[in-house]
Design a protein around this ligand. Structure first.
Ligand SMILES: O=c1ccn([C@@H]2O[C@H](COP(=O)(O)OP(=O)(O)O[C@H]3O[C@H](CO)[C@@H](O)[C@H](O)[C@H]3O)[C@@H](O)[C@H]2O)c(=O)[nH]1
Ligand SMILES: [Mn+2]
Length: 393
């Protein structure tokens, strides 16, 4: 065996030319667990960065799982859903990077002319106002009655609800199937969903793996994207082209069919000047991962990773049966109202669902019982015959 690092690059223009109308639906899962340790404004920045991917919005759905079960986080997502109607057109018109608003404003963007300057000033103002409203609630420690009375979503919190004891709270804030969900320029928006799975003190919830498995099931009813991106709430997307990059690999006719997941390295923005603690993870990101890619692929690291839905749900690899029809999209529940869809999906996130379906956490979904469920899940996928890839654009 020889160390055989692999460095990949993609040809996105060819993908677009060839598969224009046949690209799969993509579901993005963002996980959060605590409105104090993970401030809602940071969480919605992550959400906005992926809502703004350069990808057809009708094929993109973003889910926020809130294990904190917090009205503060829900309120922030509600604010973000309104802000996205301005943010997405702004990103599109000026083709900006990164599309995480906080990171973008911090980068001190130079406007390209007078119109851009005025648009930049107004979007910055809108963002600032949203941030102020969100932090007001944060400082208060609760969402005011005035705000609560304006959106029916808040009524799902019962007076007895606490983070460890509450029913499933599910709200489709933007239903991409509905034609009236448009941005300020009249273009469609991606679907946006808030989920706080049911929590009861007598049931073990399996931490992040449990949250991910609830998301896999709930999203299968709502958008059922064939590709799933998992993101921690403190990790934004720094490149709007990433979905297209990833699809170049998954849809590659020679190698793509063997690929179960595509991992991106974690990059941190708040590293000390001399990187005293080695936070840039250079050995992992620049040596080990490329080397692993030459031996069947890197491990799954929990965030920044695109999976095939069917593999995550337990499908084994076989040479005869590896062809994927990316074009057809079985979108569940295309009929019916948003509310019907919510009611249909809710039972999938209940505490008892997995008691009746004990394959979850074992053969299906993220594996339970490990502190690093991501690594063990990735290794099991490899064991079932699949390969993975590293993309480090
Ligand atoms: O009960 C829980 C606990 C955590 N999380 C979320 O899971 C993510 C990761 O948790 P964190 O406490 O930040 O763990 P880290 O050690 O920073 O995470 C690294 O290690 C984990 C375990 O290997 C991976 O799952 C992560 O993706 C990876 O970034 C965060 O977004 C949390 O909000 C939940 O959703 N529910
Ligand atoms: Mn973390």
């Amino acid at each position: 065996l020889r160390w055989n690092p692999v460095y990949r690059s993609t040809f996105k223009d060819r993908l677009s030319n060839r598969y224009k109308n046949y690209m799969p639906c993509v579901d993005v899962f963002v996980c959060t667990a605590d409105p104090i340790l993970e401030p809602p404004i940071m969480v919605v920045n992550t959400v906005l960065s992926v809502m703004a991917y350069d990808y057809p919005p009708e094929k993109l759905s973003v889910y926020l799982s809130d294990d904190g079960g917090s009205q503060l986080t829900f309120y922030a997502l509600l604010e973000a859903s309104k802000f996205s109607k301005y943010w997405l057109p702004y990103c599109r018109n000026y083709n900006i990077e990164p599309r995480c608003p906080a990171a973008y404003f911090k980068s001190m963007p130079e406007p390209l002319g007078a119109t851009h300057a005025s648009d930049l000033a107004s979007i910055k103002k809108l963002y600032g106002e949203m941030e102020t409203r969100i932090s007001k609630s944060g400082n208060l420690g609760r969402v005011s009655e005035e705000i609560r009375s304006k959106h029916e979503g808040f009524s799902q919190w019962e007076s007895s609800s606490s983070r460890r004891d509450h029913p499933t709270i599910l709200k489709i804030l933007i239903d991409g199937r509905r034609s009236e969900e448009k941005d300020v320029e009249g273009l469609p928006l991606p679907t946006l969903v808030y989920l706080a799975r049911e929590k009861r003190p007598q049931y073990f919830h399996n931490y992040k793996a449990g949250a991910m498995n609830a998301l896999i099931r709930v999203s299968s009813k709502i958008s059922n994207g064939k590709i799933i991106l998992t993101l921690d709430c403190d990790m934004y997307s720094n490149n709007s082209q990433t979905i297209r990059d990833v699809l170049c690999c998954f849809m590659d006719e020679k190698q793509g069919q063997k690929i179960a997941f595509i991992q991106h390295p974690q990059k941190f923005a708040n590293i000390t000047k001399n990187d005293l603690y080695g936070g840039s993870l250079r050995v992992i990101a620049e040596v080990e991962f490329e080397g692993l890619d030459g031996f069947g692929g890197p491990i799954y690291c929990g965030t920044g990773c695109f999976h095939r839905r069917d593999t995550l749900c337990g499908r084994a690899f076989s040479d005869e049966d590896c062809w994927v029809d990316w074009e057809t999209q079985i979108r569940m529940g295309t009929e019916g109202s948003t509310q019907d869809l919510e009611e249909e999906a809710k039972p999938l996130a209940s505490c008892t669902y997995e008691l009746l379906n004990p394959q979850w956490g074992k053969q299906v979904g993220l594996k339970y019982g490990f502190i690093n469920d991501d690594v063990t899940t990735g290794m099991e996928i490899h064991y079932r015959g699949w390969k993975s890839m590293l993309l480090n654009p």
